[in-house]
Design a protein around this ligand. Structure first.
Ligand code: LMR
Length: 333
């Protein structure tokens, strides 16, 4: 009798978990390139939790972190082909798709702080930028934050002259290429999943990341110095395949939008602490020396990077640049 009861209870539990009759379960594959314990990693898991909850299990989200499913130069095409349904690429990675305007976020020192960032990502300009993805069969759902970048290398980078001839890994962004050249370095575009190996073998000499990425990819173990420069920003656009998204039943889409809104608040609320914690862990490890720049050194970096604005204005669009600088409270350059 006991066995029968157990089987019956299991059958009831299964029926309750399964989607309502007549509607096959929708699977969302959410692929990304960073570790789970990062702002983007946590945001994707929170979205999974809430999407499955709010759709009563009619939607299942499969999260594939750390480039497990697709790496940098594969994921956008996979989304367009419908092989995955959701990504959150860095804003620095939309150039190859032909949406160069997002590289405005890569301009050195363009964001004075996170409050200024919000004016863009939560305002009309952020909406306009996401709207540009429609022509590529992509729907932009949200902006997720990470943080400001530090420069790392196996030598101290105090003045621009220290960068001369160094091979510096960057994301696939022409603005970041111009940034590294303006410092005298040689930019090397490389998939995020390959950076640790390239640093440890000397294929590249250094790179730039927020602390949460440097730490979770163990780059601090193969970079003697981390310059606390905060010279640039890493953030994400959470995106989905437009055909998939438009094809969802309206009630399911509404539940997913609610889940995305709450996951966005959660991820953005955690970003600063994730980076602060990563910085503390790297300091504790003693594997990389944290280098604070003097006011004179910071001014020299800014001066060297000033020309990037004029050089890249045509790429990101003068109108976008002017609107961006207006939103963030006046020209930072
Ligand atoms: C990078 O490639 O450096 C970053 O975009 C990784 C990430 O997605 O945070």
């Amino acid at each position: 009798m006991k066995k029968l009861t157990a089987i019956f209870s299991a059958a009831v539990a299964l029926a309750l978990a399964a989607p309502s009759l007549g509607q096959a379960q929708t699977v969302i594959k959410f692929s990304h390139v960073v570790a789970p314990d990062t702002p983007k990693g946590k945001g994707s898991l929170k979205f999974k939790e809430l999407a499955e909850k709010y759709t009563d299990g009619k939607v299942k989200v499969e999260v594939y972190p750390n480039s497990q499913l697709y790496k940098d130069n594969e994921e956008l095409q996979a989304l367009q082909l419908g092989a995955v349904q959701m990504l959150a690429p860095s804003l620095a990675k939309f150039g190859p798709l032909g949406v160069k305007e997002f590289e405005v976020f890569d301009l050195p020192y363009i964001l004075p702080d996170k409050a200024a960032l919000k004016k863009v990502t939560e305002g009309p300009l952020g909406k306009k930028l996401l709207g540009l993805l429609g022509a590529k069969g992509i729907t932009g759902l949200a902006y997720w934050d990470n943080g400001f970048k530090d420069m790392s290398a196996n030598k101290k980078l105090l003045m621009p002259a220290d960068f001369r001839g160094l091979k510096m890994r960057i994301q696939s962004s022409k603005v970041l290429e111009a940034q590294m050249r303006a410092l005298g370095a040689i930019p090397q575009v490389m998939a995020f999943s390959e950076v640790y190996q390239a640093l440890s073998t000397g294929v590249v000499d250094g790179t730039e990341n927020p602390p949460s990425n440097e730490y979770t990819q163990k780059m601090h173990e193969v970079q003697k110095y981390t310059m606390r420069s905060g010279h640039g920003y890493v953030g994400y656009a959470v995106i989905t395949n437009k055909k998939f998204w438009d094809g969802l039943p309206a009630d399911i889409r509404a539940s997913l939008e609610k889940a995305m809104k709450e996951a966005t608040d959660f991820a953005n609320g955690a970003a600063q602490k994730d980076n602060d914690d990563a910085l503390a862990e790297m300091k504790k490890s003693g594997k990389t020396e944290m280098v604070e720049l003097t006011a004179e050194q910071k001014a020299a970096w800014r001066k060297a990077l000033e020309p990037v604005y004029a050089e890249m204005e045509g790429r990101v669009g003068k109108e976008i640049l002017v609107e961006f600088q207006k939103e963030v409270g006046g020209a930072t350059h």
